[in-house]
Ligand binder design. Structure first.
Ligand code: NAD
Ligand code: UDP
Length: 317
């Protein structure tokens, strides 16, 4: 029996960078939010401000084990996302993507709940097609150090589409491109957080390779808006659908921009490029524009200001 009319939403990985912003957004929209996280790469600090909210509930749980609960919608974000974190325990990373997807899909099937998978631009690997459209099948090394993440996420997409075909489950698959903003972990090794933290500490800025590789950076508020729009889209819109900012920068340009904003005496230094590091990445977001009416609004310069403010406060404590 339903006592309340509020939508009950499960967010796995809800104590992480993106998950905590998603919890904020869903609570603002009047949902009851159940946040499930094992704190592998997320932290309670990201959701401290929500713990007193009666419409928010936190459960410490590892999604590689089954979960029994009652909800109307599931956002499956649980998975370490930065190379340092996902390569720390690669077997657990694959288990989280694959067993986690099976468990959450099983839950969705029992409840007939709509379920969204946080997939990634990494399914395109080191792309030979540029910019990347959803129809591109990718160029992924199946046995390299990034494979636990890339192949785990690819297998999760397969599972989502098989549950959709076989069990008529309502699914949504979002392919997220590099996203940045407040609540990124200061030590997770991702490029935006690394460069800002290094600049604020007056340390050298570590560019891997020659810095000519490119990425396209999406501000977190834009990304969360695209994700919620996808969940609320009509039944036929299953994805996969790219969500990211199509404005492309070289890693060197990013370093220079961070340095000019933070100031200080940091030098740019060059270190070896990690294995299988993609040379270029830029989303084609035509589908997100037409199917979701979505496009990013926040320019890198403005998003960096917000992110620098966040890390300045964090590091001062
Ligand atoms: P994050 O590491 O900050 O968040 C992931 C969360 O999942 C963490 O709180 C972690 O503790 C939790 N988690 C990990 N394994 C778990 C398990 N077995 N059981 C329960 N919880 C578990 O990373 P993020 O940047 O917030 O990424 C969130 C999702 O979005 C991930 O699925 C990631 O693959 C995807 N994604 C993110 C980006 C990005 O640029 N941030 C890009 C592409 C895809
Ligand atoms: N990178 C860098 N210096 C750093 C961290 C990362 O030059 O201190 C580079 C990294 O080699 C890659 C790009 O920045 O080419 C983006 O790295 P990140 O780990 O943020 O994301 P991903 O490679 O998963 O897109």
């Amino acid at each position: 029996m339903r006592i309340s009319n509020r939508k009950r939403v499960l967010v796995t990985g809800g104590a992480g960078f993106l998950g905590s912003h998603l919890c904020d957004r869903l609570l603002k929209e009047g949902c009851d939010v159940l946040c499930v996280d094992n704190f592998y790469s997320g932290t309670k600090d990201n959701i401290l401000h929500l713990l007193a909210n009666p419409h928010f509930e936190m459960m410490r749980h590892d999604v590689t084990f089954p979960l029994y609960t009652e909800v109307d919608e599931i956002y499956n974000l649980a998975c370490p996302a930065s190379p340092i974190h996902y390569q720390w325990d690669p077997v657990q990373t694959t288990k989280t993507s694959v067993h986690g997807a099976i468990n959450m899909l099983g839950l969705a099937k029992r409840l007939r709940a709509k379920i969204l998978q946080a997939s990634t631009s990494e399914v395109y690997g080191d792309p030979e097609v540029h910019p990347q459209q959803e129809s591109y099948w990718g160029h992924v090394n199946p046995i390299g150090i990034r494979s636990c993440y890339d192949e785990g996420k690819r297998c999760a997409e397969t599972l989502f589409f098989d549950y959709h075909r076989q069990h008529k489950l309502e699914i949504k698959v979002i392919r997220i491109f590099n996203t940045y903003g407040p609540r990124m972990h200061p030590n997770d090794g991702r490029v935006v957080s690394n460069f800002i933290v290094q600049a604020l500490r007056g340390e050298n800025i570590t560019i891997y390779g020659d810095g000519k590789q490119t990425r396209s950076f999406c501000y977190v508020d834009d990304l969360i808006d695209g994700m919620v729009r996808l969940m609320n889209s009509s039944k036929e819109v299953t994805g996969p659908i790219n969500v990211g900012n199509p404005v492309e920068f070289t890693i060197r340009e990013l370093a220079e921009q961070v340095l000019s904003k933070v100031g200080g005496k940091s030098q740019l230094i060059f270190e070896p490029l990690p294995q299988d590091d993609p040379r270029q990445r830029q989303p084609d977001i035509s589908l997100a524009r037409s199917a979701l009416g979505w496009e990013p609004r926040v320019k890198l310069a403005d998003g960096l200001d917000q992110t620098i403010d966040y890390f300045r406060t964090l590091l001062a404590v």
